[in-house]
Design a protein around this ligand. Structure first.
Ligand SMILES: Nc1ncnc2c1ncn2[C@@H]1O[C@H](COP(=O)(O)OP(=O)(O)O)[C@@H](O)[C@H]1O
Ligand SMILES: [Mg+2]
Length: 475
């Protein structure tokens, strides 16, 4: 929950962890013990209004319950951190792949991230459980016999003990708070490079939520599958897309080439809203990506609506991003079942035939680690196709593959382009593929499309100097 995007939820869980991790267990036990002494009668109801239930505190918060409450809440705070450690250990590509299939945040967490986080969660949990068992024995000895006795003794004899305890706790809180800050920055330091972007600090998040931008746009006629109008995207001070405009018609296959760092991946990621654009407009199939219009204002769509849009756009990544804890078939049927609500039987039948189509009929029960790179990428293509997307995005699908495995993946993609008339945007430097399958080639340079034409045009008469340079380097 500390990782939640909702500032209220993450704030509350942060407070809980801060308080219960930061104060001595003994104080917590005493506190719960005291409650029964301080408030002999508890009631459940509306403040100042009718009260529904009355009971005496001692009957509810017995020493045993006090001990359990204290240890449980205390332990919960520790466990929360262990679970968080597991979650941040899961590679970011896994989340991206799940999102690109249209899975909601909750589904992604439950089905993809947590199962893989368990590897990291289980060992320290074992430790915690054992040490908790040991502590319980302590409490059972103290609490049942001495604790309540001493609490009542202290309470009866000396009221000043309570302030003393509170002062002690505050000191503990101060010290542990400082330590927590240290931990926070250590985590950020060692977490550098694990994510595309460091998560915002709480302060940045607050600032961001206060500055939701609104803009204006006109409805355009429905027609092209993808339409981009002066799309701008910046990462901090670096402007990565400097006004990209493009139309892709249904059934068209567009190849995008360009030097590394020119913004090709970023543009693809904008198309399915894995990245938010800073200016310009982007439509897929006549619908504005990631936003909704009301009057002439734009509002960002809710998670569920963004997921629905994404589920209609397939994406294949350079590094496959197959779900490591699922077999080939499970990878393919996951999103149809969870997102499209297909019956399992139908999803399996469809999954089998898709895997057959990409030439993997005999590998359906293999885990990704048991497949070659080319086979993994073909599973990834089948996984995207299982959602019956109206648009497929390929981000250098063959550049992580050994040369002899490139052909098998390109063959599958050619089949899609030529036999199934799928609308595709393919970032690739395989000019052979472009020549055979592409309707159009775009050259991207420094955040702009600087030249476009048929594959023939690029082979015979590229216009721009930059294009000539680039082509002579890759051909
Ligand atoms: N999350 C990010 N934070 C900061 N800079 C980024 C991020 N993602 C990409 N970039 C930068 O944006 C530029 C374009 O990246 P990318 O779209 O991946 O290029 P390409 O796919 O054409 O190689 C690069 O200079 C890269 O360093
Ligand atoms: Mg790239």
């Amino acid at each position: 929950m500390r990782l939640s995007v909702n500032p209220l939820v993450s704030g509350a869980s942060w407070l809980y962890i801060w308080l219960f991790r930061g104060t001595p267990v003994l104080v917590q036990i005493l506190f719960w013990g005291y409650i029964s002494a301080l408030y002999p009668r508890l009631s459940l109801g509306i403040p100042l209004g009718p009260q529904f239930v009355h009971f005496t505190a001692n009957s509810v918060i017995s020493p045993f319950v006090a001990g359990m409450l204290a240890l449980g809440l205390n332990e919960g705070a520790y466990m929360a951190e262990i679970v968080r450690a597991g979650i941040i250990s899961v590679e970011e590509g896994q989340t991206e792949a799940a999102q690109s299939l249209g899975m909601t945040r909750l589904q992604t967490m439950r089905r993809i991230v947590l199962p893989q986080a368990m590897r990291v969660i289980v060992p320290p949990t074992g430790n915690e459980t054992i040490s908790m068992l040991k502590t319980t024995s302590l409490v059972s000895v103290i609490a049942v016999t001495d604790l309540l006795y001493s609490v009542q003794l202290i309470y009866a004899v000396n009221y000043r003990t309570i302030p003393l305890l509170i002062v002690a706790s505050i000191w503990y809180l101060i010290v542990t708070t400082l330590l927590s800050f240290g931990q926070y920055y250590l985590e950020r330091y060692f977490g550098r490079g694990t994510a595309r972007e460091l998560p915002p600090t709480p302060l940045q998040r607050l600032r961001r939520s206060l500055s939701i931008r609104h803009g204006y746009y006109q409805i355009t006629s429905i027609g092209p599958m993808v339409k981009a109008e002066a799309v701008h995207k910046r990462f901090g001070r670096l402007e990565v897309l400097k006004g990209v405009s493009l139309e892709v018609q249904p059934g068209e296959v567009v190849c995008m080439i360009g030097a590394s760092g020119s913004g090709k991946s970023t543009f693809l990621r904008c198309i399915n809203h894995l990245e938010r654009i800073d200016a310009g407009r982007l439509w897929v199939d006549g619908r504005l990506v990631g936003y909704r219009q009301s009057g002439d204002k734009l509002y960002e769509l809710r998670d569920a609506e963004v997921c629905r849009e994404r589920s209609e756009i397939g994406m294949v990544f350079q590094r496959f991003n197959l779900f490591g804890h699922m077999t080939a078939l499970e990878n393919v049927i996951e999103a149809p079942i969870r997102v499209r609500k297909l019956r399992k039987r139908d999803a399996v039948a469809q999954g089998r035939s898709l895997l057959e189509q990409v030439g993997l009929a005999d590998k359906i029960d293999n885990y990704p680690a048991q497949l070659s790179g080319g086979q993994q990428q073909r599973v990834a293509i089948a996984r995207a196709l299982a959602m019956k997307p109206k648009l497929m995005l390929f981000d250098e699908p063959t550049s992580a593959l050994d040369p002899e495995l490139v052909g098998e993946v390109l063959d599958v993609m050619k089949g899609l382009a030529l036999d199934f008339q799928t609308t595709m945007i393919v970032v690739t430097h395989e000019m052979g593929f472009a020549r055979e399958a592409a309707d159009r080639v775009l050259m991207m340079d420094d955040g702009r499309i600087i030249e476009e034409g048929t594959p023939e045009h690029f082979f015979t008469a590229p216009r721009e100097e930059r294009t000539k340079q680039f082509l002579s380097a890759i051909l």
